[in-house]
Design a protein around this ligand. Structure first.
Ligand code: ATP
Length: 134
């Protein structure tokens, strides 16, 4: 590809303003929400944690830990979807060991952050729930 054509090609897809970049990012959130059942589940679970946080009057530091856990899972779920799409783009329906490894490891990242989120939410919320009843 000639340099002139290459420049034309790369600028064609370039974001030309912050608003345009933001719109594409929100398109990404909409896409992952629409396409990925697990992402939808994580969003609703995150919302429940936030509601519980308000009801149980968590402290600022506890908010920081809870929100970090929620957004870590959502971000990893988004990256997992990125990996799946790239692998599918490259391999199509062909069965390949590196494709399996890439997808399995991306899913492992989600699982690890989910363990962290469950552990964090349990550590912060369970004692407060216990206190409420006993
Ligand atoms: N091209 C491939 N070659 C070999 N194994 C693959 C390939 N594509 C998928 N797999 C295997 O099948 C599993 C499921 O792949 P798939 O693309 O359906 O992801 P997924 O289950 O939709 O992920 P998620 O549940 O996060 O949406 C992968 O984790 C991987 O082990």
């Amino acid at each position: 590809m000639a340099l002139k054509d290459k420049r034309k090609f790369t600028t064609k897809w370039k974001n030309h303003s912050f608003i345009q970049a933001l719109k594409h990012a929100t398109d990404g959130i909409r896409t992952v929400y629409k396409d990925e059942r697990n992402f939808r589940f994580d969003c609703w679970a995150g919302l429940l944690v936030v509601i519980a946080g308000f009801l149980l009057h968590v402290t600022n530091n506890e908010w920081r830990s809870l929100l970090l856990a929620v957004f870590l899972v959502l971000a990893n779920e988004a990256w997992n979807t990125v990996i799946e799409n790239i692998v599918d783009l490259v391999c199509g329906t062909k069965h390949q060991l590196p494709a399996k490894k890439a997808k399995d490891i991306a899913a492992a990242a989600v699982l690890l952050s989910s363990f962290y989120a469950i552990f964090t939410a349990a550590m912060i919320l369970l004692p407060k729930i216990w206190h409420l009843f006993f």
